[in-house]
Write a protein that binds this ligand. Structure first.
Ligand code: NAG
Ligand code: NAG
Ligand code: NAG
Ligand code: NAG
Ligand code: NAG
Ligand code: NAG
Ligand code: NAG
Ligand code: NAG
Ligand code: NAG
Ligand code: NAG
Ligand code: NAG
Length: 414
């Protein structure tokens, strides 16, 4: 008898770990370690682009170019495959603010047009394997500085673009494309003119213990955007931005096997999936998250232009304060119309505490495309408001919250 129940328990344990095992980063990710450096550079106080790029190009694979003292000024840089950047504590790498340095050839960088694709990023990795950015220093995109040769800042340009319903051509801070096993560790990223950290079609992307800081008013300053990437872990990060703190997208390829663990978001738009879901977002595990002072908390956004399947998404141990829409699942984002149906299915939200009033929104597309979510142990204040249509909700909101404060990584301090 005794033996039987033990083996029954063992079976349950195996199922339980297999269950979690497939719907997250499939790698076993541990805290990264800084690589050894191939060279140590001191800032000259002038334009150091050529010196840094030359150091990258002659660095042995597996090692890092260390920026070891001062404030470096640089134009766009490319980190080669296998090589890393190490910005030591107290050191800052600042982006030069001349749009012509970032221009991709059409002379549109620093201007407004229909596309917003005229600039290269400040730091690019393309088809890299085993590269990274490390160190307790800072990379500053200077989005709030006047562009050289212009009379406004990058962020001001972004606001002007909204007024005329077009797009600003601003550089992203870090763009990683078609790469493998990329690590971003401990660094502080600040004031990007556009998105801070984007990994497109990258497999094996670890972001651990970084800080991202930009003003809440700076448009399009997304924190971390994995786009069509797989085996992604974002852990122990503090993010405060003017747009999506994290946004998982599937614009040109599926986004799957993604873990977002023990993070803290302050200001910005929230923990987002979308709006580009075209190739499908699946097997995402979000655990241990504090969200404070944001527009949305748990946010999935798409529409029939950028739609696709969003499935097998688990949120657990999330604490949300002062979010306008603590839970926001939207299938008609900006009312864009197209022929891609957004389908949100098998979304589980468990052990969540929402500590302040807000209006949660759950809007499925239509009667034949219901949003399917399961709620387990989701606590909200009794005066919380809702707008719900075309949704199949399993479980209930528990209206018993009365005060309290969110601590770090989803913990609650009562
Ligand atoms: C991760 O660790 C578990 C437990 O040690 C092990 O069973 C599994 O094979 C590992 N997975 C990978 C991809 O290394
Ligand atoms: C993700 O990681 C797992 C475990 O290391 C590996 O088996 C799988 O091939 C990886 N996924 C991709 C798309 O490479
Ligand atoms: C900036 O320069 C433009 C012409 O390039 C001018 O029209 C505009 O008034 C100037 N704005 C400010 C704030 O000086
Ligand atoms: C990286 O990918 C983005 C999105 O597909 C693209 O706009 C950009 O041009 C690519 N950059 C490089 C250096 O290939
Ligand atoms: C994030 O904030 C928490 C709480 O203030 C702190 O313990 C943690 O070290 C911070 N992490 C980073 C990467 O700044
Ligand atoms: C939440 O935001 C408020 C206002 O910005 C701040 O005072 C408070 O410390 C924040 N709490 C956490 C846990 O970050
Ligand atoms: C709540 O968030 C809004 C928008 O981010 C902010 O303006 C406001 O100061 C916050 N309120 C508190 C009490 O933190
Ligand atoms: C729902 O997603 C979870 C992981 O989030 C997965 O374990 C489960 O098998 C999925 N269920 C279905 C019916 O796909
Ligand atoms: C969702 O999870 C189930 C069970 O692991 C799996 O069979 C299914 O393929 C997953 N869905 C997607 C879109 O990956
Ligand atoms: C999409 O279609 C709806 C209904 O026909 C319409 O109200 C809306 O303006 C359209 N959106 C755009 C961006 O054209
Ligand atoms: C929620 O709103 C009600 C009425 O608008 C207010 O009395 C209550 O204090 C608010 N509760 C919280 C936790 O913000």
């Amino acid at each position: 008898m005794q033996q039987q129940s033990l083996s029954f328990l063992a079976v349950i344990t195996v199922f339980a770990s297999a269950h979690v095992a497939t719907a997250r980063d499939l790698r076993n990710v541990t805290e990264p370690k800084n690589p050894q450096s191939c060279i140590s550079l001191k800032a000259s106080g002038k334009d150091d682009t050529k010196i840094i790029q030359k150091a990258f190009d002659s660095c042995t694979k597996g090692k890092a170019v260390a920026l070891s003292s001062g404030i470096f000024y640089s134009g766009p840089l490319t980190i080669p495959s296998g090589v890393s950047l190490l910005v030591e504590e107290g050191v800052t790498l600042r982006a030069l603010t001349d749009p012509t340095l970032y221009d991709l050839g059409a002379k549109t960088c620093g201007t407004i047009d229909e596309y917003g694709l005229g600039c290269k990023a400040f730091i690019t990795m393309h088809k890299a394997k085993g590269s990274g950015i490390y160190g307790k220093g800072t990379i500053d995109g200077r989005g709030g500085s006047i562009m050289t040769g212009h009379n406004i800042t990058w962020w001001h340009l972004a606001r002007d673009a909204v007024v005329v319903r077009k797009n600003q051509n601003n550089p992203r801070l870090i763009q990683i494309n078609n790469s493998v096993d990329i690590t971003i560790y401990q660094i502080t990223l600040t004031n990007s003119p556009f998105y801070h950290l984007v990994a497109t079609e990258t497999v094996g992307f670890t972001v651990w213990g970084i800080k991202i800081i930009a003003p809440a008013s700076a448009l399009n300053t997304d924190g971390i955007d994995p786009v069509g990437s797989q085996n992604v872990t974002i852990a122990h990060c503090n993010i405060s931005t003017g747009d999506d703190d994290v946004a998982i997208k599937a614009l040109t390829a599926p986004a799957k096997h993604i873990s977002v663990l023990n993070n803290h978001f302050h200001r910005g738009v929230g923990m987002s999936i979308g709006s580009e879901c075209t190739y499908g977002v699946s097997d995402v595990f979000i655990s241990g998250l504090t969200i404070n002072d944001t527009h949305n908390g748990i946010y999935i956004k798409s529409n029939t232009l950028r739609g696709g399947h969003v499935t097998n998404i688990t949120y657990e141990n999330v604490c949300i304060t002062n979010a306008t829409s603590p839970i926001h699942l939207e299938t008609n984002y900006y009312h864009y119309n197209g022929t891609n149906t957004p389908v949100y299915r098998n979304i589980t939200i468990s052990n969540v505490k929402i500590l302040t009033n807000g209006t949660s929104i759950i809007h499925g597309l239509d009667k034949s495309h219901l949003i399917e979510i399961t709620l387990k142990n989701v606590h909200i204040p009794k005066d919380s408001k809702f707008s719900i249509r075309n949704a199949k909700i399993t479980g209930n909101f528990i209206r018993d919250v009365n005060g309290g404060q969110c601590g770090y990584a989803g913990n609650i301090n009562m």
